[in-house]
Ligand binder design. Structure first.
Ligand code: PNS
Length: 165
């Protein structure tokens, strides 16, 4: 059987309601959707890759056909390792376009058999990003509705632990 398999990559530091909206909608378009958590050696994330994978597994547990895995190296290699022919990315606003266009073009050059598919983020999440959420949470602001409940709790715990030193 020819399964339609896609990967949905990102840093997910942490997963937001905007990511989840894209994952939920994309999961209906493919037989299998592998959410790929990028382990970027150049960045110092708030959450470890294991924590990010764990949070994503929790919030996508209700979605059939969705799996979560970590990756390093090239995205197209990760996609190939899962026999995926599609890359799904969420697109929020025009400001995302240039970065996404560059990534999609590079990935297409590296792997012409893998196509990038964009899912427009729902308008209520168009302003949302992991970094803005982290900044709000770091100053004790309320992030309810911006991230899933379990992530909200973890953000609170993470910044409380940091404050204690
Ligand atoms: O959520 P992000 O940080 O915008 O996701 C970026 C990500 C992980 C999709 C991108 O950095 C990526 O694909 N990294 C893997 C390395 C790679 O394949 N680079 C070539 C394409 S630019």
């Amino acid at each position: 059987m020819n399964l339609r398999i896609a990967v949905c990559p990102g840093s997910f530091d942490p997963v937001t309601c905007g990511h989840l909206d894209v994952i939920e909608r994309a999961s209906k378009m493919f037989d299998k959707l592998i959410v790929g958590v990028f382990c970027n050696p150049d960045k110092k994330p708030l959450f470890t890759v294991e924590e990010r994978v764990q949070m994503l597994r929790e919030v996508t547990a209700h979605l059939p056909g969705v799996e979560v895995d970590a990756f390093d190296g090239l995205l197209v290699d990760f996609a190939r390792s899962h026999d995926a022919r599609f890359i799904v990315r969420g697109l929020r606003a025009v400001s995302d376009f240039e970065y996404e266009f560059q990534m999609a073009s590079i990935n297409r050059k590296l792997a012409p058999d893998i196509d990038t598919v964009f899912v427009m983020t729902s308008t209520e999440y168009a302003f949302l990003s992991s970094s803005a959420t982290k900044q709000v949470a770091s100053f004790g602001g309320c992030v309810r509705g911006l991230v899933p409940g379990s992530v909200e709790r973890r953000l609170r715990e993470k910044f409380a632990a940091r404050a204690k030193g």
